[in-house]
Write a protein that binds this ligand. Sequence first.
Ligand code: WTA
Length: 665
Amino acid sequence: MATHVADNERLERELAQLMEVEKFPPPEGFRERALIGDLSLHADAERDLEGFWARQAAELLDWNDEPERTLDESNAPFYKWFEGGRLNASYNCLDRHVEAGRGDKVAFHWRGEEGEERDITYAELHRDVKRFANALRARGIGKGDVVGIYLPMVPELPVAMLACARIGAPHTVVFGGFSPDAVRERMEFSDAKALVTIDGARRKGKTAPIKDAVDEKLADLSSIETVFVVEHTGVGCEMRDGRDVWFAAAIEAADEDCEPEELDSEHPLFVLYTSGSTAKPKGVLHTTAGYLVGVAFTHRYVFDLRPDSDVYWCAADVGWVTGHSYIVYAPLANGATSVIYEGAPDYPDKDIWWEIVERYRVTILYTAPTAIRACMKWGAEYPAAHDLSSLRLLGTVGEPINPKAWLWYHKVVGGERCPIVDTWWQTETGHILITTLPGAQEAKPGSAGTPLPGIAAAVVDEEGNEVADDEQGLLVLRRPWPGMLRTLYKDDDRFVETYYERFGKTTYLVGDAARKDADGYLWILGRVDDVINVSGHRLSTAEIESACVSHPKVAETAVIGQHDETTGQAICAFVTLEGDLEGSDELTAEIREHVAKRISKIARPQRIIWAGDLPKTRSGKIMRRLLRDIAEGRELGDVTTLRDPTVMQQLEGKVHERQASGGGD
Ligand code: WTA
């Protein structure tokens, strides 16, 4: 133990010294060996945007029919990419590799939570996908039908997604950490015809029933004609006659021949729900060709991918967009070998990630800053106990990374030999848009880097004029890109209103604040709308508020994001109770549990502040800015526009009283 303490003290000193370094060029030798060692791709795209993407599309994908036209801007913001092209995503992810004699190559090293291991080759994955595609067809599911998927990180998850893609049935995956209520809501919105789920899920040695819990919520949802159930934990579940089918039995009974549907470039590939400014989640729609070109292109060049020698691990969950793009579609399209890990980063112990890196000789690791901060907190002794020398490149995604976490990642995990790519993108953008090319550009800790080739990012003021260097403004994208969302599912109006109303139909409003420095590097400052980013998970304040007020004792709630050292932001709820009810620890627990049930455990307020009343403007709008000031102990901003300024004094009193009694959080 004593040596750990000494080591950690030394590490702290070394990190403090590194804090002085502003720029990290590609490590020695990396540039020479990199796929891209200069900015020629950027220059190509600047010269001829459409020609650039047309070349990528031809190089990266196999087509049934080549596209006739690269970009159609005539009906902006409803852009179309690669018109006239026909292709199939599952063919591009599987068949073509098997046909080229790479069937025995491992697609996924799957690692279960209790240490189980399964190496799944391209040929095996291909076979299962074809069979499950036939099983879907046998239940009457075809082109255009939406299939819901609610699974933890099991091998059946990519199988289900790719089988959907094979027959042209858009999938809508619900993150396994979301509640059955959230599943129901999403299935209902999207009129899903089938659902793929699981008997139970494992988490840190415990098993939770999933199928039975979902069933309670699906009972009267008539659109769902079939429920496929993966048997994973043996917890057992009810199977409804005529509707429910065991996944394994369905595959077993299905034929192995299954021709992929030839689909138009713009055929919907999936809908993924994400949080927006209102309580109703947005169904982000991605289509086939542009999305695949975008993910394959970025995966190859941002991660400097060598499919023949790299072992790539994106430690996200497939239920989020990062997993869709960079666990499933991009690595498979590029013929890579990846790791899929079912479990938590601290089970059975806090070194499990590093054990996995050592075990599979992982060369590229892609994760979120929040995970890095958690590892930092646990201590450098966990990574130090393993051989991490296989790593050659590191990536981060999901939220701004603070320089200290960046440096820790660089030093402790990367051994100072691995470039770090900080990748900025969104569910809506489909793939990475801002980062550094690891062999061509310097990294600056805390900055995501520059727009990728062909991407026109700018920082503008409220009127849409570009602001000066180093000034804060709104991040916008002024040119379309292949993997952009095409619309919000069944809600074109909301699509236009959310992204293309503020600055016109050719300027995409990102929803993030940013500033650009004199080198053209972008520093992302966080969301400007009512979206909170907890551990890289996007949550809507409105959605959490609506879950809170559905508790019978709650009259009104305002939710804000509060700075948090580990999770980036934490959820803080100001709650007004019904009648003269008094707040208590029991009630705090009750409300937290209630929100977990309605949305997810991740959406539980970390802190609840009882409020006699909430600060509102004369028109009744809650002033969150003031609540943020209060929660973070800052001096209050202007309160003169409040309907009742005394509300703030009462609130401040409450917060102080609570902190004094030691019960703050
Ligand atoms: C934030 C995740 C800073 C940003 C892929 C964005 C980031 C939101 C970064 C999208 C980054 C993502 N640096 N902030 N490298 N990457 N963000 O849809 O606020 O879950 O708008 O997509 O995460 O979150 P989403």
